[in-house]
Design a protein around this ligand. Structure first.
Ligand code: MF3
Ligand code: CO
Ligand code: CO
Length: 327
């Protein structure tokens, strides 16, 4: 098979496309210029039998059950452990980010790091997801599937790690720079991390969860950025996703769920340079911005306490490149 390579200097919008389709460049390949192109996805990686697996690991089917929103002290201790491991794996995976590394290589490493820590990589076979981590580059909002695409100088990449160990999940993600990035992307990533912390700092017992989205949205708006609506934070514990939904924008739907000490959920805003609206790739996982502009995300698993919050995926291993109060 021969593939026509794009020319070094792009044609004029009204010229015929370089690919030989016979269509105008502006109606053919121009809209895809600079976009992330999917690579090859490698085969499923097995998990040894001694690692405790979540129920969906063998079937790919997620069966939800009613899990208490307020966790016991014993579950919380296990979640602290799973959270620390997720944070540790995320930090190590982030250290591997540099031009030329493929997202598949990041997946191989995350898979290995989880197994070494007796953890199951929660994404693997979750609703049939085929990899151990999500890697979302540039305009990919979330759930990017690791593949053979090498990271390019100037890319931004979100790595989303979830670990299942001791019968509970810990879920955390961060956006990393590939070499030197342009100032606009740099600002987006900084503000996105700030948005996550604004949301976390709004966590307070006896307040509605809508306080979280309100704080996030206000900060994003102050910077003229968009807030993705289609993907939300979630309750977490013995299940990867439970019924609690944490919207990252203000909505009256969030006013009836009241935060209580012992509740655990994620806060994971996805912030965009342009539109908040998304499109799906035909793999039915990869969500991208509708306008192809860049987007960033940060995530922590949070516990509501008597006097505020605890970051279960924080601590020593936590990735926080900007927020000065957590450096
Ligand atoms: N870690 C993601 C979240 O924050 C979920 C990934 S689901 C997967 O909720 F199947 F794509 F792994
Ligand atoms: Co999550
Ligand atoms: Co996650």
């Amino acid at each position: 098979m021969s593939i026509v390579a794009p020319p070094q200097t792009p044609p004029q919008a009204n010229d015929l496309c370089w690919c030989g389709s016979g269509r105008k460049y502006k109606r053919c390949h121009k809209p895809l210029e600079g976009r992330v192109v999917q690579g090859e996805i490698s085969p499923y990686r097995p998990v040894p039998d001694h690692i405790n697996r979540p129920s969906y690991a063998d079937t790919g089917k997620v069966v939800r059950w009613n899990e208490p929103r307020v966790k016991s002290a014993e579950i919380i201790e296990r979640m602290r452990h799973a959270g620390k491991i997720a944070a540790d794996v995320l930090r190590l995976a982030g250290e591997m980010v540099r031009p030329g590394v493929t997202t598949d290589e990041i997946d191989i490493y995350v898979h290995q790091l989880c197994l070494e820590r007796d953890a199951y990589p929660s994404p693997l076979n979750y609703n049939g997801y085929r990899k151990s981590v999500c890697t979302s580059v540039n305009e990919v909002i979330c759930h990017g599937i690791p593949d053979s695409r090498p990271l390019q100088e100037g890319d931004i990449i979100n790595i989303d790690v979830t670990t299942y160990v001791g019968g509970v999940h810990g879920d955390t993600n961060a956006t990393f720079f590939v070499g030197n990035v342009d100032p606009v992307s740099h600002d987006l990533v900084r503000v996105t991390e700030e948005c996550m912390w604004k949301g976390i700092e709004a966590v307070r017992a006896d307040r509605p969860v809508s306080d979280i989205g309100k704080a996030i949205e206000a900060h994003a708006k102050a910077h003229h950025y968009g807030v993705v609506k289609a993907f939300v934070g979630h309750g977490i514990g013995e299940q990867f996703h439970t019924d609690i939904q944490i919207l990252h924008y203000y909505d009256t739907r969030g006013t009836t769920t009241i935060m209580r000490p012992g509740m655990t959920f994620t806060i994971e805003p996805m912030i965009t340079l342009g539109t908040w609206q998304h499109r799906m790739w035909d793999d039915d996982w990869t969500a991208v911005t509708a306008d192809g502009k860049r987007t960033a995300q940060f995530e922590h698993t949070i516990l509501v306490t008597d006097d505020g919050f605890d970051v279960l995926t924080g601590g020593e291993g936590a990735v926080s490149p900007f927020a000065p109060w957590h450096r």
